[in-house]
Design a protein around this ligand. Structure first.
Ligand SMILES: *Cc1c(COP(=O)(O)O)cnc(C)c1O
Length: 375
């Protein structure tokens, strides 16, 4: 009996597994009590992360969500508002943590399809915040690469422009760089060139860098000292965490440059899918390891253009049936927040896998969007 090949999992780069070298490093990691700052491996990871991002210090935390929450709680007084893009992970996908944990309401600014926003909108929010009826603004948040906007890459000049209204007023800027190294590799610049545009930056070890657990929050020494207290109150003080940090060190040392392969695979997948009649996507918008596309319904109108928020228009039909059919055929993809399908490339998929996945998705799209038989 032929065996079914394992599924090609393109749902997210969070499904990456630790490399054999990571497992070996974890098994032999030198450890201590990290709440006493006595875990040498955690200390080494934090120093390495700070150096890579050009910051004075770094803090190892359990997740990207915890890093962002710690940044918000450290930068903002209780009740301060934060300015954030309306497609940002902090706004859409972190359980309202800013409000729940810090009484910080978010003031969303519309993200453009490329993940940037208009600094004039931010300027207007700051101007309005001078009125006694408005909350003080304690933080401006940026994101790079921009997840919900399709893994779009934002360069340093655009980050600087978006941050300028906060900078002018001495309000801190936090960069959600869950995939900052993807952005850096795509732009061909060191990550510190992007990190320089923000006071604090977080990045994830557990996505494209393929470590099992963890994120780093980076900033100046005083900020990280405060954030260390905040991590404790969030329940994030860990003990012999060097076992996890050991894998993170290898993520930074060995898994950054290879992100270029993931980007090449994403471009390859996009080029193939763009030629499929039932799918709508713009290959020129694939800038890192995400491919987002609309599935055209057989009897429906052409789907909204790529990257556009549907706004008041009806949201296109959820592509659930397409995603189910792909899963049944051995290709796992996920659903974006805007009715698009998302495929993420990562260290667990090869160029061959991408070829096979493209064939499967093309076949399903053709079936899915086939015109209904006319009597
Ligand atoms: C994944 C992600 C996070 C959160 O990281 P977790 O480790 O899943 O909590 C934050 N921001 C962005 C942009 C992300 O993609």
């Amino acid at each position: 009996m032929p065996t079914t090949p394992p599924a090609i999992d393109l749902r997210s780069d969070t499904v990456t597994l630790p490399t054999p070298a990571m497992r070996a490093a974890m098994a032999s990691a030198e450890v201590g009590d990290d709440v006493y700052a006595e875990d040498p491996t955690v200390n080494r990871l934090e120093a390495l992360a700070a150096a890579r991002l050009g910051k004075e210090a770094a803090l190892f935390v359990a997740s990207g969500t915890m890093a962002n929450a710690a940044a918000i709680l450290t930068h903002c007084r209780r009740g301060d508002a934060l300015v954030v893009g309306d497609r940002a992970h902090i706004w859409e996908a972190e359980v309202g943590g800013a409000a729940r944990l810090n009484g910080s309401m978010a003031l969303p600014v519309p993200n453009r399809p490329d993940g940037t926003f208009d600094p004039a909108r931010v300027e207007a929010l700051f101007a309005a915040s001078e009125d006694i009826h408005a909350p003080r603004i304690g933080l401006l948040c940026l994101e790079d690469t921009h997840n919900m906007c399709g893994g779009r890459v934002i360069d340093a000049a655009h980050l600087r422009e978006m941050a300028a209204p906060a900078r002018r007023r001495g309000v801190p800027v936090h960069l959600d760089g869950a995939r900052l190294f993807n952005a850096a590799v795509a732009l061909g610049v060191p990550a510190r060139a992007l990190a320089a545009e923000a006071d604090s930056v977080m990045f994830c070890l557990s996505k494209g860098l393929s470590a099992p657990v963890g994120s780093l929050l980076c900033g100046d020494r005083a900020f990280i000292a405060d954030a260390r207290r905040v991590r404790k109150v969030l329940g994030g003080g860990m003990r012999q965490a060097g076992i996890l940090a050991a894998a993170g060190i290898l993520g930074l040392e060995e898994m950054v440059d290879r992100l270029a392969e993931d980007h090449a695979n994403a471009r390859r997948l996009a080029a193939r899918l763009a030629a499929v009649p039932g799918l709508d996507l713009r290959p020129d918008e694939v800038e890192s390891n995400f491919v987002f596309f609309h599935v055209r319904e057989a009897d429906g109108p052409k789907a909204v253009s790529n990257g556009e928020r549907p706004g008041d228009d009806p949201v296109p039909a959820a592509p659930a049936a397409f995603i189910r059919a792909a899963a049944a055929a051995g290709v796992l993809v996920s659903e974006g927040d805007d009715g698009r399908v998302r495929a993420a490339t990562h260290s667990g998929v090869t160029a061959d896998d991408i070829e096979r996945a493209a064939n499967v998705l093309a076949r399903i799209a053709e079936r899915h969007s086939a015109p209904l038989p006319t009597s």
